[in-house]
Design a protein around this ligand. Structure first.
Ligand code: SAH
Ligand code: SF4
Ligand code: F3S
Length: 481
C-alpha cells in the first residue's frame, strides 16, 4: 500500500498565463518553522541537485538557507542523505528527461533508507501533466512543491513526516516578492542577486512565463541593501539576475528603471558587475550611457538572438528584427570596443525554412559571437508554439544544428586566438576541474581560463598571460602585478 496523497494545491497553466495589473505584494519574513521540526530533523542530512538557469540556482540557495536554519546538514552524495531535493527545469524535453532518470535512481535511496524523504520542485512541477506523472509513476517522491512556495518548505516537511503522507502543493498564482528568506551561498567572492522574478514576454516557444509567473521586480532599496552587504563582506563579483533584466521595474512604476539600478549598484564599487539576461527589445539610451560609463560593469553581454529570420522572430514574438539586433550589437561595440557578445539560438522552430535558417547563419557571421548556447526547438505543453504545425523533420533540424555549431565555432575560435600573448585580469574561482595543479577563473569578458598560478589567490583578481586558445577555454600563466 502506497502512502496517502494530500493535494493542497495543483498548478494550472491557464491561471499561470494570466497577467492582471494588480500591484505586486511585498512580503517580509514569511518563513515559519513548526516548533517541533528542528528536534525531528536534528542531525539529519540533505542533498540538493539544481537543474536549469540562475533563477533555480538562487532558489536552491534559499532552500539551502531554510534547511540549514531548520537544522539539516548539507551533504554531497544523495545516497548519504535523509532528504533529497531535485530543483528542476522545464525549458526543453531533454531537461525533463534527465530529472525523470534521476528520480528513478532515487528508488535505491528509498530501498536503503525507508525513512528518507524525496522532494521535487522548480519549473517542472509548475506543470499539471508533470505533477500527474510523478504522482502516478514515482511513489518514491514524498513532496511536490513549486517556484512560488519555497517559503512553505518547513511546514511541508513537517506534514510529510508527522502525517506519513505524500504532499502536493504547487501554486499558479500571480505571485509576490518575498524578502528575507534565508540564503546560503557556498561561494564567498561571486554572488548572484535576483532583481526580479517571472517574465511577461511570452515568447511563443517558452514555458518560463507559466512556470515563474508574472514579472515582479524587487524594490531598488532591497536590492541595493543586499548588494551593499555583499560588497562589505568582500565579494568581488555580483551578477544581477532576471529573465529579462532590462525590463526591470517596468511593473513598479516608481520612477526608476534598469539603468538607475545598474548605476546605483556600480557606484557601490563592487570590482565586477554583470547582469543577465538582457532582452534586445528592452534597451534604452539610459542603459547604454551607464554601460559605457562604469568600468566595473564587465564588457560581456549575453544577448539572445534566437533566430536571424524576421519571419521566425515575429512568430516567436521576439519584437525585434535581425537588423535591429545587428544595429544593437554595433552600438554596443561603439560604446565598449572590447565587449564580448554571447547568445542563445534555437533551430527548428515550427516551419523554419531553409531560407530562414540561412538568415540565422548570416547574422551569426555578421556578429561573430564570443560564445553561444544552441538548442533544437522543443515543443512545451501549453505554449502557443506547441500548437503550431511543423513540417520540418527532426533529421533536418539536426543537420541545421550541426551547421550552426560549426559556423559559430569558426569565430569563437578566432576570437579566442586574439587573446594569445595578452595579459588579462582573471577572477580566480579555484582549482581547475580537470587538473588540480591548475587554477581556473574568468576574464572580464567571461572567457574561461585554466592557468598555472598561486592557490593563495583563489577569490582574487590576478593578471594572467594567455599562452594557448581552445574554442571554449584559454590556457595561461599568472604574472606579477
Ligand atoms: N530569459 C532568457 C532565457 C530563457 S531560457 C531570455 O529571454 O533569453 C534560455 C534559452 O533557452 C532561451 O534563450 C532559448 O534560446 C532557449 N529555449 C527556451 N525555450 C525553448 C524551447 N522550447 N526549445 C528550445 N530552446 C528553448
Ligand atoms: Fe522565455 Fe522570452 Fe521570457 Fe526569455 S523573455 S524567459 S525566452 S518568454
Ligand atoms: Fe529552466 Fe525554469 Fe530557468 S524552466 S531555464 S529553471 S526559469
Amino acid at each position: 500500500m502506497g502512502k496517502k496523497v494530500v493535494i493542497a494545491a495543483m498548478p494550472d497553466l491557464k491561471k499561470a498565463s494570466q497577467r492582471r495589473r494588480e500591484n505586486t505584494k511585498f512580503v517580509l519574513d514569511e518563513i515559519i518553522i513548526p516548533s517541533k521540526l528542528s528536534m525531528i530533523v536534528h542531525d539529519k542530512k540533505f542533498f540538493i541537485r539544481t537543474y536549469g538557469c540562475q533563477a533555480n540556482v538562487l532558489d536552491s540557495q534559499n532552500i539551502e538557507g531554510i534547511l540549514l536554519k531548520i537544522g539539516y546538514q548539507k551533504v554531497d552524495d544523495p545516497l548519504n542523505a535523509d532528504f533529497v531535493i531535485l530543483n528542476t527545469c522545464a525549458i526543453r524535453e531533454n531537461a525533463e528527461d534527465k530529472v525523470f532518470g534521476e528520480i528513478g535512481l532515487l528508488k535505491q535511496l528509498k530501498a536503503n533508507k525507508p525513512d528518507s524523504l524525496i522532494a521535487i520542485c522548480g519549473c517542472m512541477t509548475q506543470q499539471p501533466h508533470i505533477v500527474d506523472v510523478i504522482k502516478k509513476k514515482y511513489p518514491q517522491v514524498d513532496i511536490i512543491f513549486g517556484t512560488h512556495n519555497i517559503n512553505h518548505l518547513p511546514q511541508l516537511i513537517f506534514d510529510a513526516i508527522t502525517n506519513n503522507t505524500r504532499i502536493i502543493e504547487v501554486y499558479s498564482k500571480e505571485g509576490e516578492v518575498i524578502e528575507n528568506i534565508p540564503c546560503h551561498r557556498d561561494d564567498h567572492f561571486k554572488a548572484f542577486v535576483n532583481i526580479m522574478y517571472g517574465c511577461d514576454k511570452f515568447c511563443t516557444y517558452c514555458i518560463v512565463p507559466y512556470t515563474r509567473g508574472k514579472q515582479r521586480s524587487r524594490k531598488i532599496e532591497d536590492i541595493l541593501k543586499e548588494c551593499k552587504d555583499l560588497v562589505d563582506q568582500g565579494y568581488q563579483e555580483i551578477t544581477l539576475i532576471g529573465q529579462n533584466v532590462n525590463a526591470y521595474a517596468k511593473d513598479l512604476n516608481l520612477g526608476y528603471d534598469f539603468a538607475t539600478l545598474l548605476e546605483e549598484v556600480a557606484k557601490l564599487n563592487i570590482p565586477r558587475l554583470r547582469f543577465t539576461t538582457s532582452h534586445p527589445w528592452d534597451f534604452t539610451e539610459g542603459m547604454f550611457k551607464v554601460i559605457g560609463q562604469y568600468k566595473n560593469i564587465m564588457p560581456a553581454l549575453h544577448l539572445p538572438l534566437q533566430s536571424g529570420s524576421n519571419d521566425v522572430l515575429r512568430r516567436m514574438g521576439r519584437r525585434y528584427t535581425a537588423e535591429d539586433y545587428m544595429a544593437l550589437v554595433d552600438r554596443l561595440r561603439e560604446l565598449v570596443p572590447d565587449v564580448a557578445i554571447t547568445t542563445d539560438i534555437i533551430v527548428g522552430f515550427p516551419n523554419e525554412t531553409d531560407e530562414d535558417f540561412e538568415k540565422t547563419l548570416e547574422v551569426v557571421r555578421y556578429v561573430k559571437f564570443d560564445s553561444a548556447f544552441t538548442f533544437i526547438y522543443s515543443p512545451r505543453v501549453g505554449t502557443p508554439g506547441a500548437k503550431m504545425k511543423d513540417s520540418i523533420s527532426l533529421e533536418v533540424k539536426h543537420q541545421r544544428f550541426n551547421r550552426l555549431v560549426d559556423t559559430l565555432a569558426v569565430d569563437i575560435k578566432a576570437k579566442a586566438e586574439t587573446y594569445i600573448n595578452r595579459i588579462v585580469p582573471v577572477l580566480v574561482d579555484g582549482c581547475s576541474k580537470k587538473n588540480d595543479s591548475m587554477l581556473s577563473g574568468y576574464t572580464d569578458t567571461f572567457k574561461l581560463v585554466n592557468f598555472k598560478g598561486n592557490q593563495d589567490h583563489i577569490g582574487k583578481i590576478v593578471n594572467v598571460r594567455i599562452l594557448e586558445a581552445h574554442t571554449y577555454s584559454l590556457i595561461g600563466e599568472e604574472v606579477d602585478g
